[in-house]
Design a protein around this ligand. Structure first.
Ligand code: MG
Length: 249
């Protein structure tokens, strides 16, 4: 069941989104060689808690931290650790959400650590742009397949691949709601987008093949071929006037 939010609920989701974005940007500013992923997670948690919200991911399905921090060939769901120290040239995906007054925001961004290779920069640029191409399609009357195909076309035209095993999702009172929002699809197919729907669009893009493996910890998801992966996400509201990014300051 897809839930449609009232204008009051959308206002609360906008607040949750602002807090989520603030936490993400603050952690992103701290991405530097020598910093541990544990320290980044702490920034996410304190930023969210200072704003009077609760980290959406902490304890979710047993996840042990406030942010997923996924470095280089880790696609998503990396577990922050004191032992993982960032190095010059790493790409660092941070995924964080805030629960505020009963509603979640959810967003992610891949940050460069110091100077990164041209190859890595191209992957980041393509993944970020595919997100904004997809957001343009989040119009009332369009369908979920229009979003997925926008990501897929943009990414595959640059010889990258979209992850199939994990997808975007509805978001609201629950962190994961209907509908699923895949990063692949057929234009004109799937659930119709209606005003009041709130969805997390989140391209996960691999430099090599789309195949991923979940490691023995049950969370850390890596590219099977060991190549780089990037992840960008915003929570969006479908409105009569078009898409509104809720996870913006
Ligand atoms: Mg998400």
């Amino acid at each position: 069941m897809v839930s449609l939010k009232t204008s009051r609920e959308l206002r609360l989701m906008r607040e949750a989104g602002k807090i989520s974005q603030e936490a993400l940007l603050k952690a992103g500013e701290a991405v530097k060689p020598g910093v541990s992923t544990y320290e980044l997670d702490k920034i996410v948690r304190t930023t969210i808690e200072k704003a009077g919200a609760v980290p959406s991911f902490l304890g979710y399905g047993g996840f042990p931290a406030s942010a997923c921090i996924s470095v280089n060939n880790v696609v998503i769901h990396g577990i922050p650790s004191k032992k993982q120290i960032l190095r010059e040239g790493d790409i660092v995906s941070i995924d964080a959400g805030a629960l505020y007054e009963g509603f979640h925001g959810d967003n992610a961004w891949t940050f460069p650590c110091g100077t990164i290779s041209e190859e890595a920069q191209r992957l980041l640029d393509a993944t970020r742009e595919s997100l904004f191409e997809a957001i343009k399609m989040a119009q009332p009357g369009n369908r979920v397949g229009d979003i997925g195909s926008a990501v897929q076309r943009y990414v595959e035209a640059r010889n990258y691949s979209v992850v199939r095993d994990f997808v975007g999702h509805g978001v609201g009172a629950k962190l994961h709601e209907d509908p699923s929002v895949p990063n692949y699809g057929t234009p004109g197919r799937g659930v119709r987008l209606l005003p009041g729907m709130t969805i997390a669009i989140e391209p996960m893009v691999n430099a090599g093949s789309h195949q991923v493996t979940v490691l023995g910890d049950g969370w850390t998801t890596v590219t099977r071929d060991g190549k780089l992966s990037a992840h960008f996400e915003h929570t969006i509201a479908i409105t009569p006037d078009g898409p509104v990014i809720l996870t913006a300051l």
